[in-house]
Design a protein around this ligand. Structure first.
Ligand code: CTP
Ligand code: MG
Length: 382
């Protein structure tokens, strides 16, 4: 399942005034769009397309610091920009797409996760904020009526879609739709409303910069919710010619025995993540009594723990894993193990540590009867 993020950043920002378009202007220590892009990267969403004005030098400079962005050219209106972005994403094998305004830099983890989750149940989802103010109908400066607000929502982004459905809808769309939900509705897609966030403002007018700055600085200074978890696992040796440690096949004159692929290091890391969330352990989520996990690739377990953490709004701070054995020697494989774990967890490798120790020939590990692994994980929620 590949989820892409499409950030539209090709507007002129006329209402925000002041020359340079709003998305390239400074805000709380970086530019507006840096906050926007970083909010998605922090959720492990790495396939990001930015639609921008190809002639804007500031845009090129700001976006140049992200090596893996997919770039597309702006259109005449927002819908045109989205269309260009979707077309640019077409060849990347995308299943789902989150379409977001660059001008909403305060988007939270929970708003992002809610739309992602909703796509398991339907083709489209978007955050909406119930309207709480009374609504009037005005004419010539006077109230001429009122409007029932009970069924009204203020629309936010990211608006999320099954990729093929929204691409087809955009290619067939008429007129200059205000947002992608309008395009989806034209194509008769049902759109689920997920919880919006009053802090997820769209910078529109000059005074919105001050509000966004306050929101971002507050979330930066509020003490984050930090969780620590530990994991410990042991597997015994049996006959065989290799072991699988932290996702890497290591030749050895014995194999580790177990119900799954017996990747003792990956199990310890997975349990550390579950532990940090107080979500039990692998056995609770993947009972060993269930035959479908026999011989299973342990990446399934690790991925589940990572996705559960992200669905709860946590970022993974780091993991640290120690393998305890006399043989095989782990050192020559440690970097490959970091890469394998980084790929499974969609996490930077500098947040992943894999190390090993012998136990001085003492105990069961010292006698070469099996391998033990210990792991620590930190989770952080802003
Ligand atoms: N957008 C875009 N391409 C356009 C128009 C808008 O990519 N042709 C993007 C904007 O950069 C913004 C988002 O769509 O991130 C929401 O649009 P809006 O807030 O209206 O931004 P602007 O159009 O830039 O602002 P204004 O309407 O004040 O000129
Ligand atoms: Mg506009």
């Amino acid at each position: 399942m590949t989820i892409a993020v499409l950030i539209v950043a090709a507007g002129k920002g006329t209402r925000a005034g002041g020359g340079l378009a709003k998305q390239w202007r400074p805000l709380a220590g970086k530019t507006v769009i840096d906050h926007t892009i970083d909010a998605f990267l922090a959720q492990g969403l790495k396939t990001i397309c930015v639609v921008r004005d190809p002639d804007c030098e500031v845009a090129a400079e700001v976006l140049g610091s992200y090596p893996d962005l997919i770039l597309a050219d702006g259109g005449l209106d927002r819908a045109g920009s989205v269309r260009n972005g979707l077309i640019a994403l077409q060849k990347h094998g995308i299943n789902r797409v989150l379409i977001h305004d660059a001008a909403r830099p305060c988007v939270s983890a929970s708003v992002i996760q809610a739309v992602i989750e909703a796509l398991d149940h339907g083709p489209a989802a978007a955050p909406g904020l119930p309207v709480t103010d009374a609504l009037w109908i005005g004419q010539d400066g006077a109230v001429i009526g009122t409007q029932d607000r009970s069924a009204l929502f203020a629309a936010q982004t990211p608006q999320a879609f099954h990729f093929d459905a929204i691409l087809a809808a955009h290619l067939a769309a008429q007129g200059d739709a205000a947002d992608d939900v309008e395009v989806a509705r034209q194509a008769e897609l049902s759109v689920q409303i997920t919880p919006g966030d009053s802090n997820n403002i769209k910078i529109t007018r000059p005074e919105d910069f001050t509000r966004a700055e306050t929101i971002l600085r507050t979330s930066m200074t509020t003490l984050p919710d930090i969780r620590l978890g530990n994991g410990y696992d042991v597997h015994r040796f049996g006959p065989g010619d290799h072991v699988t440690l932290c996702g890497v096949r290591v030749p050895h004159d014995r194999s580790l025995q177990g119900h799954s692929d017996a990747d003792v290091g990956m199990h310890a890391v997975t349990d550390a993540l579950y532990g940090a969330m107080a979500e039990g352990d692998i056995g609770r989520h993947f009972p060993p009594s269930d035959p479908q996990w026999k011989g299973a690739d342990s990446a399934i377990f690790l991925r589940h723990a990572v996705e559960l953490a992200r669905s709860k709004g946590f970022q993974i701070g780091n993991i640290d894993c120690t393998l305890v054995c006399e043989y095989p020697k782990v050192g020559p494989h440690a970097e490959a193990m970091r890469d394998a774990m980084a790929a499974i967890m969609t996490l930077d490798r500098d947040r992943i540590s894999i190390k090993a120790t012998t136990s001085e020939r003492l105990g069961f590990t010292g006698r070469g009867e099996g391998i033990a692994a210990l792991a620590t994980a930190t989770l952080v929620r802003a």
